[in-house]
Every structure is written in structure tokens, then in C-alpha cells.
Design a protein around this ligand. Sequence first.
Ligand code: 0A1
Ligand code: ZN
Length: 878
Amino acid sequence: MSSILVAKRRDDYRPSDFFIDTVDISFILSPENTEVCNIMEVTRNISGCDILKLDGEQLNFVSLMINGRLAKENIDYTLHENGLDINLDVDHATLEIKNTISPINNTSLEGLYYVSGAYCTQCEAEGFRKITYFLDRPDVLSKYRVTIICDRPELTYLLSNGNKLEDTLLEDGRRKVVWEDPHRKPAYLFALVAGHFDRLEDSFTTSEGREVLLEVFVDSGRLHQAGHAMSSLKKAMKWDEDTFGLAYDLDRYMIVAVDFFNMGAMENKGLNVFNSKFVLAEPKSATDEDYFNIESIIAHEYFHNWTGNRVTCRDWFQLSLKEGLTVFRDQRFSEDMSSALGCRIKQVKVMREHQFAEDAGPMSHPIRPDEVLEMNNFYTVTVYDKGAEVIRMLHTLLTPAGFRRGMDLYFARHDGQAVTCDDFVQAMEDANDANLSQFKLWYSQSGTPEVKLALEQNQLRLTQTNKPTPDQAVKQALYIPIKLSMLDEKGLEHTVDEEHLGTFVLSQEAATISLPERLQHGVPVILTDFSAPVKIDYQYTLDEILHVLRFAQSHYAKWDASQMLYSRLIRLAYDSNEDNDNDNNSDNNNDNNKYNAGQIQSLTNLIEYLEQATLPDDVVAQILCIPSFETLAIEYTQLNPSRLQSAHQELTLLLARTAKDCCERRLKEQRVLPYRYEQSEVNRRTLFAVCIRLHVLALSQEGKGNDLLSAYAQADNMTDKLALLKAAQQADINAFDALMIDFEEEFGHDAVVMDKWFALHATAPRDDILSRLDLLQAHSQYSVKNPNKVRALIGSFAFYNTQGFHAADGSGYKYVVDFLMKLDAINPQVASRIITPLLQMNRYESTYKSLIESQLSRLFTQKNLSKDLFEKLSKTLA
Ligand code: 0A1
Ligand code: ZN
């Protein structure tokens, strides 16, 4: 095995032998051959070390000068596939390294790339080594001066981090711009962008009196779509001052929107680069969800300026130090800006739909991983979202005021440093005089804990189980805060843990809580607000679930009860389908036979409750949503996906029929106003989307429903249009195709909007889906080199087209693997994300499992397989 295929381990961390104090780096830009000259002051950190080992990948080395003297190969330095080793037996030296790179041929979108007429960089995690030779690790902090020279006057903006020092036209007609960043930073926060953009300008005065110039750069002609991003930025700046006392620290904050980007956005110091889908918005082309995501991602990148940039990670195993914390911060911001309940439900859905699956699969890892082959594989829902849940538990346990004290101490101690998750927890402990030693297991232990509850006569018994995962055989009991209450028979709610204000901490394998007599026949309300990232096992009867739905005070608990009810009913249908599959003679195929009268009644009761309770629109909408296929799938072993898909569909139809009058009335009550992105209107449109979907489905069963879709033409906004398109797609009526043609006519010119169109096509349940995908890949707006297109088309198919992807003949799996074989050579990072659904292979029934396995084995033997796919495949096929 080649040396680059050896994983790195967290325990092997060693401080760097050398530091790089200053970087003076110049670029002479050209798409084919950019010249890079990198002058560095280096200092020895570990005495006795006499070789400076610089990282470097896909670089053309030109020359090295050491203290002004031209160095000689094999005497002063050696070059190898992954870098440059320089013999350096001195405490200080000035190095000047020249190399060239080819941005136009860089399809990985990591390092410096040139696409659609603009240059752009992406250096996190280890992309700077594709620009120049460097100590490409986050604990090497340097001051940067950047010179950009360009001979193309049409590139109006030549941008980098920090302050602009110089902008001159050289005698030969080339333009030269010089930037300097006064803050020391790791190489992963370096950025350079050069292109022709339209610019939106604004300003913000910080609480410290600093006047900050704010700039949003977008493709020409899109300025009118940049306003929401700008106002989101100002809200985020104010919120961080008010909530954490954190103010911005440069005179300029730039955001550039680009169409080709591997992820959502990147927090480069003073120069954020964004996927254009998370910047551009106008009512006509962006949904409420887009508006929400833009606000939250703009905030996320801004918040990184303190949690990530001012205090950064010592090594990449500590990624959750900045990501878990920053996700938690952006979540709190969104909760304050919009609906706290809606936000929490979204967050919980991400955990249950994606993170639980990751934790149960071959890539299971703790939020602070121990072993990594390709760092890009660890930008995961575990590190980000479970990481945020861990921070949220600290916030709950220490109280908001205690958490703030911990944050203050963290910054006081570590501003300007590269630190570890332990340093963060230590600050929380010291500021609160708390002992978090058991809590820290959340950082090192992978897997989803299961908490079982049993109501035994006069007590509640709680037991936690932490099953082994592929990466860790032995587990310990975790420190789990469980928000818990009891409803008595009349529906009155009582806390059971007075001492901790309703949050019981389960810190042993098992514990009991004694109950007063009046609660001994009560119903528990468990894990309200998802107070810990765990699964709950409690054998509610259907009536008990309805009791929680009716009487729990928390809207979150009501929603969670509805989800339990749906899951339970789907399980019943799934099991009954299994019996039918095993009994071919049975003609027991109509869904009324799947459920007995009591079960059907439970759904009727749910709708009746919704009709008489006065719940806010968004709560009703959430309660009317059945858990996704992916959320349900995690609850099954030996899963037959097509059987689950049918059970899911059967319950959806039953719900649509049961809720028919309810939906009709709510649709009639809607008072449609011109589009405004404000919470009450968002809630109204959310309810519209859910009701129209169910209602069109119910009517389509009676051969009707098309007239409802005529609202498409009148909708003045993308949110409603998309709701109608999804309704048409689900009901499988011909109107879907017609609406999609209209949509393409109207938005065919808009790359960001067309991603929605590709995704709708890719998720349509139709028998000819694979030939459709072929046609769509030939569409003029599609490009395999553009990650947004690939995610919209192939990603949506693999993640969300259950019927097509899990086709019984394995054709869906083969289609995706054929595609990955092509994509891996172009963009391994994106390939490595699209493969995710296939990694769940071991959870499927043997026929499906072996179909997936044979496809993955075929992919594994592919020549020049990337490290990204190698790591995932070797774990899955192990
Ligand atoms: N730090 C960014 C996410 C990001 C990570 C890696 C990237 O390229 C491999 C790009 C962006 C964030 O958390 O927003
Ligand atoms: Zn982040």
C-alpha cells in the first residue's frame, strides 16, 4: 500500500518542528500556468530538527532560495510526491519558493481553480498545499501579505484576506493588487478570488466603534438578489455582539458568491467564499427555506471569525471545536431570528435522518475522530450536527449564563491560539466550577445511545445502552440530560425531577425515579426538545401517544408524539406487508386491511385534535408531516426498502384521506398576500405546502386534483410554486410534466433555480427514471464538473428517490456507481458524498445488500481510486 494510504491518528499529534512567521506570497495569474512566489520567514520550534518538511501536491517546482542563495536539489532539498524536504539546521531562515500551478485543470475545486472566467481558492482542510509548499497544518499561524498580478483588465476584482494596501496599473498594462492581513492565521483560512462581479456595498459600526465596509460580490446582473445576504450579515454581526460580546476585528468584510463550490461556504478571514445558492435570493426564485438557509449560513461563516479564526484548531481531529460550536451558535441565532420550534424540528430531523444513520454505519466516528485517512471525509453530520448537540447539552447543563462565562474564559485564555476540544471543555469547567470529566466521553465515544424507559408501579426506570460500533468495541455510560415530565390521567403535566428543573441526568447505566401515587398511571413525556442526541425506547400504546399529543404543554413534545404515531403505524403496515409477501395466495393487498379499526381511529383522533386545538400554523404543518423514509429506515434491521416505501406510501394515502376536510378548510382559509419573508407568512406558506400536498394526493385517488394545481400560474413566489410542483410530483399526475415544462421555460436561464428542477426530476417516482437521468445529464444547464448540478441530479436520486434507487434489479445502484467511477476522477470530494446512501448496505435485507455489495466491490477495484472513496469503501466492505 502506498504511504499516502496510511491513516493519521489523533494520538500521534506532535508540535511542528518549524513555524512560519510571515508569508509574502505573489501570484501572476494565468488559467493554464499561474506563477507563485512564496517568501517565508521560518523559525525552528524543536531544537535538533534539521529538516523542514513542507507539504505540496500537484505543484510544479521551479526554484528554492535559502537566505538569498539558490538551493541545489539533493543537496539542500529533496522533492517527492507529497512535498519538499529542506535541509535546514538553523533557527531562522528566509525561504523563497517558486512554483507553478494550473488552475484551469483543477477540477477538484480544492486549492486555486479557474472556472467560468473567475479564479477562486478553497484551502480547508489541506488545499493550501496545492498552491504552494507549506506547513499545511492548522497549528502553524502566520501573517500574510498577498500580491496578485493579472493581465486581464476584465477581472475587475482581485481579492484576498485583510486590508488592501495597493492597487496599481503596471507599466506593461497589468494590474497589481496587494493585500495584508494583520491577524495571524492558519493556511486553511487563506483566500484569493479574481473575477468580474457586481458589488453590493454597506457598512456596520461595531460595538467597539469600528466602521466596517461590507461587500457582497455576485455574478453580473444579480445585484438585486444580494440584499437578503447583506441584511443577514448585519443581523449576525449585531447578534454576536449582543449574545456573546464578540465584535468584528477588520475594517472590511467580503463575501463572494461562486457557482462552482464543493460545500456551502467557507469562512476565510475577511473574505468568505459562498456557494451562490446560499447568497442569491429574490421571492420569484428563492423559497422560504432558501431565505432561511442563506441567513443561517451567512451567520455561520461570520461566527467562525471568533470560533474558528481567532481561536482555531490545533489539528484536524479537533474540527468539532470550531464546527460543533459554530453550528450551535448559528442555530441559536436562527432560533432568535425565526421560529425556535421550527428550527429545533429541522435540527432534530437532520440528526434522526442523517446523523443516526452515519453513527450506525461503517463510517461511525466520535465528534472528535481518532483516525483519519482523508480529512475531507470528516466534514460530517457527526462532527457538525452531533457536535452542536454536544455543545447544546453543555448549554443546558451549565445554563445560558454559565455557558457564557465559559465562552468568555475560552476567549480570554485562547485568543490567537490553535487549541483542542479539551481546552474548550476545560474553560467551561473552570468558569463554572463544574466537573465535566464524564461528560467528555461525548467527544470520544461514537454511536447513538439508546435510552429505555419502563414505568414500574411506583417508579420510572431508565437504562442506557451503548452498542459497539465498527470503530469502537467497548463503550461506557454517558452523561445524558433527559428532559422529562409526566402527564396524569387528566392530562396535567408534572415535573419528576424537581431538583434539576425537569431535566434528569442519566449518568449510570441504569437509574430509577420514584413517582408519587398520582403519577403511577401517568404517561411520560420524554426527551422534550431533544435534550440529548439519543434514541428513546418506551412502549407507548397508541392512546398514550395521543394523550401526549393532546396534553403535553410543549409543542415540540406534541410534534414528537405525532412522529411516534406515524412510525408505529408504518411499522404495522411494514410487518403486515411482510406477512403478505410470505403468503402469495393472499389477496390482502388493500391498505384498509393493514390497519384495524383502532389504528385507523388513532389517525382520525389526531386530525380531530388538530381541528379543535388552536395551534400555530407551523406546528400544525409539522404535525401533518410523516417522518421521511430515511428517518424510518434507521429503525429497521434487515430492511427491505421497497416494503418500507410501500408502507410509507400507504400511510401517506391514509393520512391524506383522513385529513381531507381539515386540509381543504385550511387551504380555503389561507389569505394570500404579496410575498414577504417574515415569520407569520413563512408559517402560513409552510402549512399551505403540507395541506396542498395531502389534498392533491387525496383528490388524485378520486381522479381529481388537477384544478388545484392551477394555483401554480398565479403564485408570485418560488415557495408556493415548489409546493405545487411537489404536490403534483407526489400524486403522480400528468400535470407534473406540464408544470415542469413551464418551469424550465421560465427559469431555464437561472442556474441556481434550475437545481430545483433537476432535483424534482431526479426524485420523481417513475419507471423510466434512469433514462430520464441520462437525458437530464445531457441538458445544457447540467455539468458533471459543477457540484451543485451533481448533487441536484444524482445526489437527489441516490438520497431521495427510494423507488428508483432501490429498484429490485439493482439498476439504481449500478447507475450511481457507474456515475461515481466517472466523477471520482473529476471531483473526489463530491463523489465521496454522493456514495453515502450505498454505505448503509449492511442494514438491508440480503438480496439488496448483495446487489449493493457487488457494485461497491466493482468500484473498489477501479484504477486510481481517490483516497476519499478508498477510505469509505474499505470500511464498508471490511
Ligand atoms: N468550514 C466550512 C466548510 C468547508 C469545509 C471544507 C471545504 O472544502 C473541503 C469547504 C468548506 C464551514 O464550516 O462552513
Ligand atoms: Zn463551519
